[in-house]
Design a protein around this ligand. Structure first.
Ligand code: FAD
Length: 506
């Protein structure tokens, strides 16, 4: 008798219901307690994490995230990674056969690709006579329960969604960390080098990780403790009042990468914040810290919602492609936009409002390039890259869904000055050295600097520093007209050139 525990997200040993189940603990679901913590286990458990080398090598994932994943994302050494990793559809049946496994356990996933893959795995397991058990764990509530509570008609608006959540029983309490895995694991897994972590260099394609952010379960828990120690900051947290230019320390938690990999449990996060809330008055969703966790829940629960908009970037237009590349590499010559893109590429994390600015710039604001192309770039570089949250937020920012006041566009020059000219300038200097010597007054718009200032700052336009790739105000005016027409037509779906011709007749 043996069980295969398949780690995917949920890379942790605290509050891990699926792992406890795989280890055969008897759980009291009401109190989240373990009834038989001292029990001796009879079955062997083989924990595995399957790397998909095709995805890692294809360049879809940047070096920072590869490195981040390699840090022991959860602190059980026994979360063995088979070096001969491959496609789970061929790997899982082989592992089951090799280890004579009769049960496969994993935490349910939230994205479409993984859900489809898991259905195929279940079919395969049926044929191999291996029992499959899956558990919800990546979200505060089981997404099926949210759907049931909505009567199958899930709202596309955040406000009513939060009202719905508030009618649900509160998120399940945290399960304790696993008491022990001793005696449960096949002992040779902990010592056999075959099961050690793979060599990350194999997947970096010669590119060095540059992120300043550390991964790992212990680090995630430490960071949560740290943030919540300041109980006033936690209680008065209002997202729009946090700042994208604060980096040391950041004004938000930077827990998203841990939440993405599940090396921090979202229920632990939720309960710990609520413990702080008991100490006094606190802010409320959508702006509060709990409100942020509800945004996460919101995007995980949504299905097809996109409005049809004739985005550019799907065909082979050279000019569009060049503009897209300039955005993706931080070369638009709008220093604020470029600084944020450099922060993304270098560190793999940016504040939400910084993400807003660059996503709006690429789509409805200036370049009118498809949000899907932007989401791909984010997916490659973000440490917290997550299919549902990334796509959901891009749909929002491009005003393809959820957000209808499409004409409210972030100014690529004025927005960072909201935080004080000198602080905004300091942020830009960190990431765009070419403009670093310009005085605060001109750093947001170098082309406005008088020739003498450009010269003394080693930033002569057209010589040391190119002109912007387009005029932001003119581009915005053109885009707003197309958006207005799309909103009048209200056709939903993903935009392809063919659909564009059929439906838009623009
Ligand atoms: P905090 O403000 O401290 O919030 C706490 C937690 O709440 C976060 O760690 C995160 O898990 C969750 N959260 C906060 N804001 C959001 C939100 N808008 N949507 C969903 N969950 C949220 N977040 C990702 O985790 N992965 C992504 O791939 C991702 N892509 C994004 C793409 C765009 C275009 C935009 C505008 C936002 C995206 N976000 C994504 C959401 C948000 O920007 C990050 O979750 C947040 O900035 C992370 O920083 P933090 O941990 O300090 O957040």
């Amino acid at each position: 008798m043996a069980t295969l525990f398949w780690f995917r997200n949920g890379l942790r040993v605290h509050d891990n219901r699926a792992l406890l189940k795989a280890l055969d603990y008897d759980l009291d679901e009401k109190t989240s307690c373990i009834r038989n913590a001292d029990k001796k286990h009879s079955a062997l458990v083989y924990p595995v994490y399957i790397l998909e080398p095709d995805r890692l090598k294809s360049g879809l994932i940047g070096p920072n995230r590869v490195k981040y994943l390699q840090v022991k994302t959860c602190h059980c050494r026994e979360a063995a990674v088979d070096k001969s990793a491959g496609d789970p559809l061929s790997k899982i049946p082989k592992l089951c056969a090799d280890y004579k496994v009769n049960k496969l356990v994993f935490e349910r996933d939230t994205d479409e690709y993984c859900r489809g893959r898991d259905e195929n795995i279940k079919e395969l397991m049926k044929k191999c006579h291996v029992q499959v058990e899956t558990y919800s764990g990546h979200t505060l509530w089981d997404l099926d329960d949210i759907m049931d509570r909505s009567g199958g008609q899930l709202t596309k608006s955040y406000g009513p969604f939060v009202k719905l959540l508030e009618k649900m029983p509160q998120p399940q309490n945290r399960f304790p960390s696993i008491p022990t895995m001793q005696g449960t694991l096949d002992p040779h897994m902990a010592t056999d080098p075959k099961y050690d972590l793979p060599n990350v260099e194999d997947y970096l394609q010669g590119k060095e990780p540059t992120t300043i952010h550390k991964g790992g379960e212990s680090e995630g828990l430490r960071r949560l403790d740290n943030y919540l120690q300041d109980t006033t900051r936690t209680r008065v947290f209002r997202k729009p009042q946090t700042s994208p230019i604060d980096t040391h320390p950041a004004s938000t938690t930077i827990l998203s990468p841990f939440m993405k990999f599940g090396s921090l449990s979202c229920r632990t996060f939720w309960h710990r914040v609520n413990e702080v809330y008991k100490k006094g008055q606190h802010s409320a969703p959508p702006e509060s810290l709990i409100g942020q966790l509800y945004w996460r829940e919101f995007f995980y629960s949504q299905g097809e919602v996109a409005l049809l908009i004739p985005w550019k970037g799907y065909n082979e237009n050279k000019e569009d492609e060049e503009k897209f590349q300039a955005w993706a590499e931080g070369r638009t010559r709008y220093p604020w936009i470029d600084a944020v893109m450099h922060q993304l590429i270098k560190h793999g994390w940016m504040h939400q409002l910084a993400r807003h600015c660059v996503a709006c710039f690429l789509t409805r604001g200036q370049l009118f390039i498809s949000w899907e192309k932007g989401a791909e770039v984010f997916h490659k570089y973000l440490l917290d890259a997550d299919y549902n949250l990334n796509n959901g937020n891009w749909l929002w920012l491009s005003a393809s869904a959820y957000y209808t006041t499409y004409f409210r566009v972030y100014s690529p020059t004025k927005f960072p000055q909201k935080y004080g000219k000198s602080d905004g300038a300091k942020f830009i200097r960190q990431f765009v050295p070419e403009v670093a010597k310009l005085p605060d007054l001109y750093i947001f718009e170098p082309w406005k600097a008088p020739p003498s200032v450009q010269k003394s700052s080693n930033c002569v336009l057209g010589k040391d520093y190119p002109h912007p790739i387009m005029d932001a105000e003119n581009a915005k005016a053109e885009n707003m007209e197309i958006m207005r027409i799309c909103y009048e037509k209200k056709v939903h779906g993903n935009c392809s050139p063919k659909e564009y011709e059929d439906h838009m007749a623009l």
